[in-house]
Design a protein around this ligand. Sequence first.
Ligand SMILES: [Zn+2]
Length: 220
Amino acid sequence: MAWRLAKSLTALREEMNTVAPDRSTASDGTIGDKAHQGSPSDHNPNSAGVVCAIDFTHDPGNGADMHAFAEHLRRRPHRAVKYVIWNRRIWSKAKADEGWRSYSGSNPHTVHMHVSVGVGPDGQSTGAYDASDSWGLVDTFGGGDVIGLKRGDSGDRVKGLQGTLQYAGYDPGTVDGDYGPKTAAAVLKMRKAEGSSVSDGDNFTGWAYAQLMRALAKKY
Ligand SMILES: [Zn+2]
């Protein structure tokens, strides 16, 4: 049977490849293998011949850190997203209020992250699975290194950064929209805790964003 991948997932894969062009695809997947075909799965084509699930290999050494991407997908839910499974946890849009929930399926999903799109039972997705809106990966994780916030900047984007730092447990002082010494200190502390060797927090880069998402993922 002819099949194709949901357009929202084609868009997601393109963004992933832009952000991490050298990433491993060893555990990537789209259409299901024999094991999948025997049970309900979004890796099996739906009645319209569309596969509504994709797997991405965890390859943090090459910029494909699924801790960070999974958290990003939860925090910025795409119109088409149904659920995300990563590292023994699942987040689904239908139960978004509950955040990450523990996942006890036979595959713990520690090697690849699974993303399903559409609405409805596994293998029978309907709805917006072909929505090709941006998933925000390139905006936030870069192609380039700096996402545009640095010490001395001010405004709503800095406020957003300060609020997120606070939420992750790193105190930026008052959430006032000014990227001053306290915000820089909070950025530095967070980055060091996530394994960075930077010596100041003066630049909030794409990597810094990935580290912040990872810090949040660990906390919640
Ligand atoms: Zn999968």
